[in-house]
Design a protein around this ligand. Sequence first.
Ligand code: C2O
Ligand code: CU
Ligand code: CU
Length: 514
Amino acid sequence: MEIDRRDLLRLGLGTFVAAGTALNGWPSRDSTLGAAQRAASAAFTPDVELALTAGAGEARILPGAPTQVWRFSGRVIKGPAATLQPLPDSYLGPVIRLKRGQKVRIRFSHTLSEPSIVHWHGLDVPDAADGHPRLAIPAGAEYVYEFEVINRAGTYWYHPHPHMRTGPQVNQGMAGMLIVSDDEEAAAGLPSGPQELLCVLQDRRFDAKNQLVYPPGMMEQELGFVGDRVLVNGRERPTIPVATRAYRMRFLNGSNARVYKLAWKDGTPMTLLGTDGGLLERATTIPFLTLAPAQRAELLVDLAGRAAGDKLELVSAEYPTRDVSMTMGGMMMGGGGTQPVQGSPFSILTLDVARREPARFRLPDRLSTFHDSWRPKTDAPVRTVPLSFRAMQWFIGGRQFEMDGVAADETVAAGSTHVWELTNTSGMMGTPVAHPIHLHGRQFRVLDRRNSPATSAVAAGVVDAGWMDTVLVLPGETVRIQVPFTEFPGLYLYHCHILEHEDMGMMRNFRVER
Ligand code: C2O
Ligand code: CU
Ligand code: CU
């Protein structure tokens, strides 16, 4: 569905939108926030101890003037120096590399002008280490995280999670990859070292002085903020020199709202190795990959048959905006320009086969084994969680975020398994919009999808094969997920990972009780 100004006037939203151009779109900050601190506990002996800080800095992103960003930087206090690996030429946070079983302490502090707190997206950790907004700290304070890595090997990430400010802080540069390895993964013998390519995809918008544009106007906030340039680790359309051998590519969609339709431009099928929660049991071949905000995917690309000088271009293929969102129909937005929309085509990166290297790689038949909780549990309690919109607000489970609020149907026993039925049938102005729904805590699986849109150009690229922590619920769909909840008691979040939706309150707590 396309909306133009006439429709908005008919819907009585004309003045609202006009006001949105002047408003900065953000509610005032709550001054009671940012009081939490947490000190190291004497009872916890870490194998790895890190200091992670966040502060203002500069990055060279576009030709010309540098861009003001907010960035993470880190330091290893104890443990292997390779635990932290800066992404070369990037303003993103250092890659944190952990091993399953490690006990980790991370000391977080910042010098930002507003409270912040870090969340380890995809990790199953005690609630005090989960980065809930109630734990946000002011500049100068320290929050100490202590947890053991119990997750499977996989591509995870970290980003801030303060109350109503996640979108702007991530947009400003606060995000990083967190990679967990384990013995099972090592046994699969996948390409590593220089044959492992990390790709954080983020769309951004810049003004004429190369500065990041945010916040969005009110209407764009309703739809989610999308940029008109796609950056890979903070660089636009990088060319990556490679050899004639196999590569493992780890992708993170670190965008606030953009859904990518990733494909090799020359039509080469994609070999998918893993999803949010690590390796699949077996690699699978897909024509293209629909990657929603916060989702990760691992691909294998074998260039052994290529000639030196060959180029392999990764694109986000064009799709109709309505397949995930609505469009403003070219309406003038805040800055006087036309708002970028979902579904625009982009060139993402190019692999440039620069040299021949004799190396043969054979993909193992089995990459990993899923634990028992993968099997469908027919007696699991079922809860319906509508994703809905009314009075210009998004709702999840019929409610909006309350800092400490938890309803009875949001309470689960530690370690219990539930089926949540995410229904996306009543959308904005009657038109459903796709929502990437994320649960903190344990990884879940997708059981099935119902009422999937028949003509969607992105549906065939949606992967339900592996462990997930973020699932894209397409317009009109009902997606059933089976969630083995964390064993840690406490308060955790579930929310839409369109960061503007999250910041607007499309987020709730669930309580895990022992
Ligand atoms: Cu990636 Cu609650 O977040
Ligand atoms: Cu998370
Ligand atoms: Cu949403």
